[in-house]
Design a protein around this ligand. Structure first.
Ligand code: HPA
Length: 260
């Protein structure tokens, strides 16, 4: 299996042909996935929050998930995630191909290289999201006339609560554009194992304090259900343009950056 889709909130209904449920054993526990086809392309599908959205962001088995994909031979990961907008140019319903992140998570294992047998690795994340895979998604979007914003700084919070308006103001001052709870360490772990990774952020709401209304999960899910349809079209189109070659830096970037 060369390609995987990690689907966040609202992507539960993405249809996979020839669907099969499988379980992969990893050093971090067993991971449940599906294999199948999207647009005739063989894909692994991982529901980030489990089936029926039962796993909160801080309890996701990020290491198990990425390890399982690597074990299946995956070279490229497309990921989707719901986000709130911090920045006025990004509006509800927009789709953003993020290109940088700010990490405000607090309590998540961040690496496969915890010392011991596997050593210590200081992975390079100058360009955290694969530039080639981002281009493929952009091409997928253009070929079906879906508008995609081509850059954005993703702020990852620990959750599961939403942010205070003061936090959102701080993230804005620091250069954040979008806020979500699941993008990190997923993107970093993929780089550590040499897998290309790109994330499509789906703007479901205005972040706290920007919106005059209190934030609710129901608002996020309702917008996401609508956006999910466009996102599924985008994923379908992107799959048609995927190639398994990795000419980018992602494949070697992990270990070249400094394995001790
Ligand atoms: N904050 C954090 N995570 C989110 C939000 C938000 O406003 N919307 C969707 N996921």
């Amino acid at each position: 299996m060369d390609f995987a889709l990690i689907g966040g909130t609202g992507m539960d209904h993405l249809s996979l042909d020839r669907k099969k449920d499988i379980t992969v054993d990893t050093p971090y526990g067993a991971v449940s996935l599906q294999t199948g086809e999207i647009s005739g392309v063989e894909m692994v599908f991982l529901r980030r929050h489990g089936s029926g959205h039962t796993v909160p962001p801080h309890r996701i088995n990020y290491r198990g998930n990425i390890w399982a994909l690597k074990k299946l031979g995956v070279r490229k990961i497309l990921a989707t995630g719901a986000v709130g907008s911090i920045y006025p140019d990004y509006r509800i319903g927009d789709i953003v191909l993020v290109d940088q992140f700010l990490d405000f998570t607090k309590n998540r294992p961040q690496t496969f290289f915890d010392g011991g047998e596997r050593g210590v690795l200081h992975v390079d994340v100058s360009e955290p999201y694969c530039p080639d895979l981002r281009k493929t998604i952009l091409f997928g979007a253009q070929s079906i006339g879906v508008e995609v914003k081509t850059a954005g700084v993703y702020v990852c919070t620990e959750g599961p609560r939403f942010e205070t308006p003061a936090e959102i103001k701080m993230y804005s001052i620091l250069g954040g554009h979008l806020v979500g709870m699941t993008g990190v360490p997923e993107v970093v772990l993929a780089r550590e194992l040499g897998i290309c990774y790109a994330a499509v952020a789906l703007v479901t709401n205005e972040a706290a304090g920007i919106s005059k209304q209190p934030l609710t999960h129901a608002e996020v899910t309702a917008t996401m259900n609508m956006l999910g349809i466009t996102a599924a079209k985008l994923i379908n189109s992107t799959c048609r343009h995927l190639t398994k070659e990795q000419y980018c830096y992602c494949l070697t970037g992990g270990t070249e950056a400094g394995l001790f």
